[in-house]
Design a protein around this ligand. Structure first.
Ligand code: HEC
Ligand SMILES: [Cu+2]
Length: 315
């Protein structure tokens, strides 16, 4: 209905359609509940205005059942909406297993998208329809916010933090992408497009794009170039924890905390190692924060994630 009235952008995901329905019906409910009150305010204001000859006696007139009903029924109706809305909220924060991972790095003033097979894009994001897509996002500089109105989705991208967002595009087409967080001089032109394509077209598009190998392959290459192995490989002269089997395991830190090695942990271990040194090691790992960009960190993280199942790794 919102779309028919021209009040909403096109809806290109199941979530968008659901959210529009929720908004529409909630508006209808509020109009039904609030409308009579407003009408009565005007009615009484005019009927009982000063100087008007009218019966102002106000005999007590209690109808308990009526009073209870007009409190309880709206309460239950609104509670129903709350439950539906809360379920949708959780759904959009739980990417399904097997969603296609795409990484996003924002910087003043562009979006860099990286497909799992390594194809990179600037400002345009091509995705297949009918396939859940999970975006892992971070920022190279200030806070940005990835806003795709046609998906009714918006999520901030924070420097040094990974945030996530997922969707399944349902309708092929090109939809605008905007930055929804003021981020500097050219914020207004920081945008782009989401191109939803039929899966066969997407496959054709993808195979026509240059790829430097998957993220993890690029990460392995970086690992070599930055000589991480000089400390971390078996038999290195320096004592550093082995990275095989690290992802998803529990790590005991020098300050006594015990944390799970997830993407964010690996990110921080590389960018600011001294904030979370591993127990039992000297803090000699170089800080890579100012040395490599967030897109390179994502590659290293992808590589270390891949080392999860290497035999002989830690538990
Ligand atoms: C000079 C030696 C050295 C180099 C080079 C080095 N590291 Fe480290 N790294 C360490 C040491 C020592 C630790 C454990 C102490 C700490 O956490 O600071 C560590 C910890 C880590 C951890 C956390 C490990 C765990 O068990 O939780 C990760 C992940 C990591 N390094 C990744 C890398 C990557 C990726 C590179 C290359 C970009 C790299 N390191 C380069 C010495 C090094
Ligand atoms: Cu921005």
């Amino acid at each position: 209905m919102l779309r028919l009235l021209g009040l909403a952008p096109p809806a290109a995901s199941a979530h968008a359609a659901q959210l529009d329905a929720l908004t529409t019906w909630f508006t209808v409910l509020l109009a039904l509940l609030g409308g009579p009150v407003i009408v009565l305010i005007f009615f009484f204001a005019i009927r009982y205005r000063r100087g008007k000859e009218v019966n102002r006696a106000h005999p007590p007139n209690r109808k308990v059942a009526l009073e209870v009903s007009w409190s309880v029924i709206p309460f239950l109706l609104i509670l129903g909406f709350f439950i539906v809305a809360a379920r949708m909220f959780y759904e959009i924060h739980e990417p399904p297993a097997g969603a296609m991972p795409i990484s996003v790095v924002a910087k003043q003033w562009m979006w860099k998208f990286q497909h799992p097979e390594g194809q990179g894009e600037i400002n345009m994001l091509h995705v297949p329809t009918g396939q859940p897509v999970r975006l892992t996002m971070t920022s190279q500089d200030v806070i940005h916010s990835l806003y795709i109105p046609a998906l009714r989705l918006k999520q901030d991208l924070l420097p040094r933090r990974y945030t996530e967002m997922w969707f399944t595009a349902t309708k092929p087409g090109t939809y605008p992408i905007r930055c929804a967080e003021f981020c500097g001089t050219d914020h207004a032109v920081m945008g782009g497009g989401l191109v939803a394509m039929r899966p066969d077209e997407y496959a054709r598009w993808l195979s026509g794009q240059a790829s430097g190998g998957s993220l993890a392959t690029a990460g392995a290459e970086l690992y070599r170039r930055l000589s991480c192995g000089a400390c971390h490989d078996a038999g290195a002269a320096v004592a550093a924890p082995p990275l095989a089997g690290l992802y998803g395991s529990r790590v005991r830190l020098a300050d006594g905390r015990s944390v799970v090695a997830d993407d964010q942990y690996l990110h921080d271990a590389i960018v600011t190692p001294n904030t979370q040194a591993v127990a039992g090691y000297r803090t000699i790992m170089p800080t890579y924060g100012g040395v490599i960009g967030e897109d390179d960190v994502l590659k290293l993280v992808a590589r270390i994630r891949e080392l999860k199942n290497v035999p002989g790794g830690r538990q």
